[in-house]
Design a protein around this ligand. Sequence first.
Ligand code: NAI
Ligand code: MG
Length: 354
Amino acid sequence: MKIAILPGDGIGPEVTEQARRVLDVLSLPGLTLFEGDVGGIAYKRHGHPLPQETLDMARAADAVLFGAVGDPECDDLPREHRPEQAILGLRSELGLFANLRPAAGYPGLEDMSSLKPEVARGIDLLVVRELNGDVYFGDKGERDSDGGREGWDAMSYNEAEVRRIAHTGFLAAQKRRKRLTSVDKANVLETSRIWRETVIEVAAEYPDVELDHMYVDNAAMQMVRSPGQFDVILTGNLFGDILSDQASACVGSIGLLASASLGERQTEYGTFGLYEPIHGSAPDIAGQGKANPIAAILSLAMLLRHSLGRETEAGRIERAVSTVVASDVRGADLGGTASTGEIGDAVLRALNAL
Ligand code: NAI
Ligand code: MG
C-alpha cells in the first residue's frame, strides 16, 4: 500500500501533519508513505506548481493525501504558474471526476452552526460534485469589448461527463437514504438542460432512488432553511464548489469537512483517489497553530475507506473525531483556544480510548 502525501501551502502542512500522526498510530502493515511538493512551495523550489516528479508520485500511489494550495506571494504569477493550477492539474491528470463531500451535524456542535440548533441537527447530506468539467476547465481568455477588457469562460458539459457522475450520485444514494437532488440552472443554461435530461435518463437504472431537481439558487436557500431535506446533492463543478462550502457553515466550520476525489481506476485495495479538506490554505491563519486539523483527519478516514479498503480503521477515526468535536477541545474556528497540535493530541487520545 502506497500513500502519496502532498501537504502544499499555508495551513496545508499543519493539518496534514496531524492526519499523518493518526496514520502512524494505526501502524498499517505494508504501508509506504511518500511526500512531495505541490502548489506555491513547488513553484518556488522547482519552478512549477505541479512538478512532474509529484505527478508521477501520485500516479504510482494507491491514494493521495492532499493538504491545500494557495500562496498570496504567487498572486501575480501567470495563471499556469499559480498554485491552484496544481490541484486542477491533479484532478484532470489523475482522471478524478467525482468529488464526494459529506456534511453531517455533530451532536454538541449545534451552537457553532450558522443555523438554529434544531435545524443544524438535521443536516446529513453528501454533495457529489463533478470535478473534471464545467466552467473551471473550459476555454477562457480576455478580449476587447465596448466596455473595456472583457474576461470570458466557456461552460460546457457533455452527456458522457454527466452520465458518469450521475452514476456515482445514484450509487451513493443507494447506500444512504435513497434520495437524490440534482442541482442545476436548467431554466437559463444549456449545460444544465443537458445535465437534467441526462440525469433523468440515468435515473431509470436506479428505480429505488427518488430523484428530484432543484435550481441552484433555490438549493442555496433550501440548504440554510432546511438542510435536513437533502440526502445526496448531485451537481456540477461550480455549483458543487459553492454549495459544499455553504454546507460547511451549516455544520459549524469549514475546518471540519473532508472530501474524496475519485476516478475509475481501481487499485488492489479499492478505488484510487485524492483526499483533501474542502478548505484552502487559509493564509490569514497560517503558521499560527490555529488551523483545525479535523477536516484533514477525516480526509484520511475517507482515504482508508475508499482507496485502501480499511473500513474498520476509517470508522474508528470518525468515532474518535466525533468524541473530540463534542468535547470542550475546540479550535479558534469553533470559538475555542485549542491549537492544531492539541486537537491532534485529543484525536489520538480518543482513538486510544476506543
Ligand atoms: P480558505 O478555505 O483557505 O479560508 C476561508 C476562511 O476559513 C479563512 O478565514 C480561513 O482562516 C478559514 N479556515 C479555512 N480552513 C480552516 C481550518 N482548517 N481551520 C480554521 N479555519 C479555517 O479559503 P480562501 O481564504 O478563499 O483561500 C485561501 C487560498 O486557498 C487561496 O489561495 C485559494 O485559492 C486557496 N484554495 C485552495 C483550495 C485547495 O487547495 N483545494 C480550496 C480553496 C481555496
Ligand atoms: Mg472551494
